[in-house]
Write a protein that binds this ligand. Structure first.
Ligand SMILES: [Zn+2]
Length: 385
């Protein structure tokens, strides 16, 4: 019977040692034993090209196991430890057509590998089906997969409030009940976006709209990521590129502007969908309400298209309102004073007044919202004489 055989690309892109130096025989022996029950193995270290994804492939009895290894150098920044995981997932998905699992092996490491952010990423990986080979000997807490999109989304939000810089992508449910991901796709963010998309596809049988939010020019997820997302989700992830051309089209077509960029900016600034006036948080019926209305902006003389778009897309120029409150706001049944008090239209009948008051537990906008000068600016524009 032939021995299990490792095939490993030997070269790092940017380091002066190789995978042969990193993956000592004791490590490969352990990996081999955990996967096949055997400790004897052979290995080929291939010097062609670079090792993308910190990957080793183990072949045995017609099976192919893909193993990715944790980062073992300390102090390289928050995303650093996970940069290779999406690339590893891409290779695994493309090579195996998404069958079996990707395996993750912890190398001896320096520093804390169980921060809230790390734990979140492990859970994403587990949700995606990544098997942690030696977590029991390296982590204090077990890695538990998320059990629903709400579970994932809430954990992520809790993480975010601890670390305000953690804001590269957002998950919500659209008014059409679709699962929506608003994801930045440049730099390190693209790694998280890919992983997030894959994990989500394991938590729903529905299709997922993934909006690629670009900043500073059109950026798309790498071709291999798109291909892998498609394989893993069985074609259910619709990756939707966005750019200013599309935003301009939205702006011209509609006065309600629920464009991807506006939604992204609101999620980033105001947090998850929740009506500011009644605290309803059923995402399907929460809308982004413009303060200085899109139609008003469009008809303001002397503004360039660039300026108009800037105002229309600004997260400061909006708040989350449920459908009821959005309608009341747009119909001037309710309005806001400059210090954020909810005002009722004078000519409402007593029964109407009572209903609106009953439906509006929060008659004062939160300080965080009204303390911003931009918010006051937009309010003054809405109620300009
Ligand atoms: Zn409401």
């Amino acid at each position: 019977m032939s021995k299990p055989h490792f095939i490993i690309r030997n070269r790092f892109q940017k380091r002066d040692y190789t995978y042969r130096d990193l993956l000592k025989p004791a490590i490969l022996k352990d990996v081999c034993f955990r996967l096949t029950g055997r400790r004897d193995y052979s290995a080929t270290f291939d010097d062609a090209g670079y090792n993308i994804g910190r990957l080793a492939e183990l072949r045995h009895e017609g099976r192919r196991y893909f193993v990715t290894f944790s980062e073992s150098e300390a102090g390289q920044g928050r995303n650093y430890s996970f940069q290779s995981v999406p690339s590893a997932l891409n290779t695994w998905a493309i090579e195996t057509h998404g069958t079996g699992n990707l395996y993750f092996y912890f190398l001896p490491t320096v520093g804390n590998c169980e921060s809230a952010y790390f734990s979140f990423m492990y859970r994403l990986m587990r949700t995606m089906g990544v098997v942690f080979m030696n977590a029991d000997s390296c982590l204090v807490s077990p890695v538990v997969a998320f059990n629903s999109i709400a579970d994932l989304s809430l954990t992520r939000d809790a993480n975010r409030s601890r670390n305000s810089s953690n804001n590269s992508s957002y998950i919500t449910i659209g008014e059409d009940r679709s699962v929506q991901v608003y994801a930045k796709t440049y730099g390190a963010n693209k790694y998280e976006s890919t992983l997030l998309g894959m994990a989500l596809s394991r938590l729903t049988d529905e299709s997922i709209d993934m909006y690629q939010i670009c900043e500073g020019g059109l950026k798309q997820l790498p071709e291999r990521s798109l291909q892998a997302l498609d394989i893993v989700s069985g074609g259910r992830i619709k990756v939707i590129p966005t750019d200013m051309t599309m935003e301009i089209a939205h702006f011209n077509e509609s006065d309600s502007l629920r464009s991807p960029q506006y939604m992204y900016n609101l999620l980033a600034l105001r947090g998850m969908k929740k009506c500011s006036l009644c605290s309803c948080d059923v995402p399907e019926i929460i809308q982004g309400a413009h303060i200085w209305g899109v139609s008003q902006i469009k008809h303001t003389p002397g503004l360039s298209l660039d300026k108009k778009l800037k105002y229309a897309l600004d997260g400061e120029n909006g708040l989350w309102l449920c459908e009821n409150h959005h309608k009341m706001f747009d119909a001037n049944v309710i309005s806001f004073s400059m210090d954020g008090k909810v005002l009722l239209r004078n000519n409402l009948m007593q029964t109407q007044k009572e209903f609106v008051e009953w439906a509006t537990p929060n008659m004062q906008l939160p300080d965080k919202l009204i303390s911003s000068n931009a918010f006051k600016f937009y309010l003054s524009k809405r109620y300009v004489a």
